[in-house]
Design a protein. Sequence first.
Length: 285
Amino acid sequence: MRPLTPLIALLLLLVAAEPLVAEGVREINDSYPKPPRVAIIIDDIGENISAAKSLIALPAPLTFAVLPYTTHNEYLAKLAYQSGKEVMLHQPMQPLDSAKRDRGMLMRDMSLLEMEQTLRQNLAQIPHAMGINNHMGSLLTQDSEKMGWLMRVLRLQGDYYFIDSRTSGASIALKSARQYGIATLQRQIFLDNNLSNSEISQQFQLLINHARQYGSAIAIGHPYHETIAVLKALLPTLAQHHIEVVPVSTLIKQEAEPLIPYYQEIPLWQASLSPLQQDSKSLKQ
């Protein structure tokens, strides 16, 4: 029998290996989450107890963003947590169209130390918070220096994630969070900018479409009667679309990009000073 030429031997080897390569690809794809996943954040929790309770009672793992300095923030955060729902701080940030300084709001004219104290006090009001998202903030989230400060002080508070609510198309919050090693994602759909059941239902369909196309999506809604009615009607239909609702933290574990934070390459603090004292000193130099 004549020996195979090197070229024929190589071709036979590739043909024989092809099914194994294809099978390997299928195994990798099968490891991706199926069905598509969505996270639905309910903002502005803290004042309307009846609306919040109605949303907490929904049979879906919604995530509740609770405002600081509201009448029922601690109670509702604990109730949501005890009901198996995820809780986050809904952090007020300075908007473009208002000079009003709400209590607990992060402002552009704050020092690094003031920002750290404000965020720490706000987090202390929201039991079981796993992350934060911005309430308003169309001005602050465009400021690269101040968003860098925010992510720096958030990192000092613990293992929190950050969700960019995208109140401004020019927001650089997502980029800043990634630079400082904060687990982060951003909102794709606002459910209830227009308060009519038909408009909210259309936005809910956009959420479904986005999840189908990209594998996941984040929506933000509010404790409005119209939003509650639409969620009660449409959340059960997600199973028919083979879409799963998950807490924000689950989506972050699935979707967040691997982080190579640059801050590890630069000394931010000295042992002789507190972290924020040293940061404030370095920023003034």
